[in-house]
Design a protein around this ligand. Structure first.
Ligand code: AMP
Ligand code: MG
Length: 480
């Protein structure tokens, strides 16, 4: 069945054949639409009604190829928890092609969980409903927070079971993003000594993400800067990615591959949720270090393209990666200052922020709610050691005195930088558990609240509460 629904351009399919594998569809038994992101569909210039129709759902489940699509699985490699894997690739994802939004921007339309590909290794190419809903919730929540991310256009159940620890309902996520280029995409070709492919990828990445620059070295600098910004934004909302492998590090500086990721409830800097991260490699407070390791892998791939003299190339690449520390500190300070209503830069700001974080850490205070309460002017209630808080508060008041802005504009600044509602782990798990019983209401309600994370709406007050001891989720799973 061929369905006309998108105006595809297939620029990735025009790259040399060795960069991907062409794949066939694997029709599913009974595709049912769980959710369609209508706002996103319209932003992309798509018609929600067509996507909702049986033909549309057939496409979104990977059962039918839309007209003009050239389905493929992208090749990539990567370091997983520091260990080199020469071939990963899209083992359960299918790129249908790219479309242009009304502004001319490119969007890859990719199905995740649509069946096996030549890169599936031992996997079944499928996804269970839980991880699909998890990615839908989390990626759209990140977008609403203003943090660069891949997007979720739709989720569909397949009517088929997938075998994990138990048999679970299968589902397919439609993920869209300007690209799915990863550090691992470059690593795949660097490891094979394929400099020609690397050159093509440099041009492709620049055209898609960084128009205006023109060298591999400039690309490296741009990716370092984009990641510094991204990780600072993660830190500012308490986000833990959980699997920062090089294949999950996006070259456009987007958050990608939502597996065991989670938001902090209590502020515990070394917090790890992921069941597979036993050593805490990807703990909350290690993210700024681990990304440097990933960027160093990217830099290594680019060496042959930076300078014919490899010593010079190494020196330049090393310098670019070392820039991360300064770029990250600047971004981190900027976002945390904003969370305190501060726009000027003062020498004591790092100490002021560190002082607050130390108080929060001592008491295991709720990360989101402390900043939210600071913005609303009632943070004292969030702390047990009131005298310690009062001392910090006095310092903060003094520091605010150096600003030229009004108290109300500072409050606005803070409220726009610190969300009221985040995708708390226990709420995500509750929404998924309900969905497994056929009740999608909590899933839809959570998405609705997360779409306006900075609004303080009484009807969503329950979603702002930290988990009770019984509700707390201690471990998250990739669920692949
Ligand atoms: P991830 O940990 O989700 O980033 O995935 C790492 C690698 O495993 C990628 O190459 C995925 O395509 C592959 N993979 C994950 N789950 C499956 C699955 N169910 N079937 C086939 N490949 C998979
Ligand atoms: Mg991945």
């Amino acid at each position: 069945m061929i369905v006309s629904m998108f105006s595809f351009e297939n620029t990735y399919a025009r790259l040399p054949d060795r960069m991907f594998a062409r794949i066939a569809t694997h029709p599913v038994q009974d595709p049912q639409l769980v959710v369609l992101n209508e706002t996103l569909a319209r932003d992309l210039g798509l018609e929600p009604e067509r996507l909702r129709s049986p033909d549309g759902v057939a496409v979104l489940s990977g059962s039918a190829v839309p007209a003009g699509a050239e389905p493929l699985a992208q090749a990539y490699a990567g370091h997983q928890f520091g260990g080199w894997v020469p071939q990963l690739g899209d083992g359960r994802a299918m790129l249908l092609g790219e479309i242009r939004d009304p502004e001319g921007g490119y969007w890859e339309i990719q199905l995740k969980g649509s069946g096996p590909t030549p890169f599936s290794r031992q996997g079944d190419g499928r996804a269970a409903l839980g991880p699909v809903l998890r990615e839908y919730i989390l990626s759209e929540a990140m977008h609403a927070l203003g943090i660069p991310t891949t997007r979720a256009l739709a989720a569909v159940t397949t009517g088929q079971k997938v075998l994990r620890e138990t048999a679970l309902p299968g589902a397919v996520l439609t993920r869209v993003a300007p690209s799915h280029l990863r550090v691992g995409t470059f690593q795949f070709f660097a490891a094979r000594g394929d400099t020609e492919a690397l050159g093509l990828l440099v041009d492709y990445t620049i055209a898609r993400h960084y128009p205006g620059i023109d060298t591999a070295f400039a690309l490296l600098q741009a990716v370092v800067a984009a990641q510094a910004k991204l990780i600072a934004q993660w830190m500012a909302v308490g986000f833990i990615h959980g699997v920062m492998n090089t294949d999950n590090t996006h070259l456009g500086g987007l958050t990608i591959d939502y597996g065991p990721c989670a938001f902090l409830d209590q502020y515990i800097p070394g917090k790890v949720y992921s069941s597979i991260d036993r050593m805490g490699r990807y703990a909350y407070d290690r993210q700024p270090q681990v990304i440097v390791w990933n960027l160093a892998q990217f830099a290594t791939c680019l060496i042959p393209l930076i300078d014919d003299d490899s010593d010079k190339a190494v020196a330049k690449a090393t310098g670019a990666v070392h820039e991360f520390a300064a770029l990250f500190s600047r971004e981190w300070l900027r976002v945390f200052r904003t969370k305190l209503g501060l726009q000027k830069a003062e020498d004591d700001d790092p100490a002021l922020i560190a002082g607050l974080l130390a108080l929060m850490e001592n008491e295991g205070a709720d990360f989101t709610n402390v900043f939210q309460a600071l913005a609303r002017g009632n943070a004292r209630d969030q702390f047990l050691d009131r005298p310690a808080y009062d001392r910090w508060h006095a310092d903060w008041q003094n520091r605010q005195g150096l600003e030229t802005t009004s108290p109300s504009s500072r409050r606005k600044l803070m409220q726009a930088a610190s969300p009221v509602v985040i995708a708390r782990n226990h709420r995500v798990e509750q929404a998924i558990a309900a969905a497994y019983t056929g009740d999608f209401a909590p899933f839809h309600r959570l998405n609705k609240a997360l779409a306006q994370p900075f609004d303080n709406k009484p009807e969503f007050a329950d979603l702002t509460h930290p988990p009770t001891d019984e509700e707390e989720v201690h471990r998250t799973f990739c669920g692949t």
